[in-house]
Design a protein around this ligand. Structure first.
Ligand code: MN
Ligand code: MN
Length: 301
């Protein structure tokens, strides 16, 4: 490709992308039936730091009907079940510039078409995207490709524009046809992420309790320890999502659990719901981050 986005910020995006690709390579042989979900996520987050990046959010692991936003809590003993389908979704940031990507592992041949459909839909979308397109055009391409494999897109999960320290920066890229008319502009950075389920699935998600947290408000607690922790969260994550297991027993002693609970109770921090396929059907996902160019895109991950 002839054109190339110039500027220091893009070099940081590229570095975040290279780290994500490297982590994907390192993951080979780490994800299998019986593997401990918590161990996989901690490995991913550890490799990101070793390679010079920071996790942009806690590593997501989605088993079977769990589509997105699940990360194991501190003592979670979940193992990858036999005959399952598993999504690993992780993000890297370098000075706030984020790469977001996901891979699906299949341990049951009857789910293989879900993975292939998600990957092929992503490939078609990255081949098509260029500056000047409308967001819905990407939705049309993704839906058509997914249907070709006899699968159904999950319609309420979307790709998204990213900015410095912002994973969802306003614009989204749908996975189905629709009316989203926002214009895709040169130099914008997007995560494209088709999700697929079986043709008889609902193709939507519902929420339930989660372990990935976000900062909601920076004030509102009196307790000294709670304020100390809140201040740390604000400075350390700068609005990006985080997990309890990154903080308690790592950056603060375990007896700060009361401070953590105070922050949750006062709604200074709140969990994102885990998103589960509404009919409990298995879900696959594929995701890359791209820089949009006048004549195409640069895939970072
Ligand atoms: Mn992702
Ligand atoms: Mn994403």
């Amino acid at each position: 490709m002839a054109s190339r986005a110039l500027g220091e910020q893009y070099e940081k995006y590229r570095m975040a992308g290279r780290i994500a690709s490297r982590v994907k390579d390192l993951l080979r042989n780490s994800v299998g039936e019986g593997s401990l979900a918590l161990e996989i996520c901690e490995k991913v987050e550890g490799w990101i730091i070793e390679l010079g990046g920071r996790p942009a959010f806690p590593c997501n692991i989605g088993i079977n009907e769990v589509a997105a936003h699940f990360t194991p809590g501190p003592d979670d003993g979940t193992r990858i079940p036999e005959n399952s389908i598993v999504k690993l979704d992780f993000g890297v940031h370098v000075d706030g510039y984020i790469s977001d990507n996901a891979v699906t592992y299949v341990f049951n041949p009857k789910y293989e078409h879900l993975r292939i459909a998600a990957e092929e839909a992503l490939r078609s979308a990255t081949e098509a995207i260029r500056a000047g397109m409308r967001a819905y055009e990407i939705g049309v391409i993704i839906e058509r490709e997914i249907m070709r494999y006899g699968c159904k897109p999950v319609r309420d999960l979307t790709g998204h524009k990213m900015d410095r320290y912002a994973i969802h920066a306003g614009k989204s890229l749908p996975n189905v046809r629709g009316i989203n008319g926002s214009r895709i502009l040169e130099g914008e950075v997007y995560a494209i992420e088709p999700f697929t389920t079986i043709s008889t699935g609902a193709g939507t998600v519902i929420g339930r309790d989660g372990q990935i947290y976000r900062l909601v408000k920076e004030k509102g607690v009196r307790d000294r320890r709670a304020n100390e922790m809140l201040d740390f969260i604000r400075r350390e994550y700068k609005g990006l999502p985080f997990a309890q297991r990154w903080i308690l027993g790592v950056r603060f002693p375990m007896d700060y659990i009361e401070a953590w609970r105070e922050l949750v109770e006062k709604r200074c921090i709140a969990p994102y719901p885990v998103l589960v396929e509404a009919s409990n059907s298995p879900v696959a996902q594929s995701e890359h981050t791209v820089i949009v160019l006048g004549d195409g895109c640069e895939v970072l991950t």
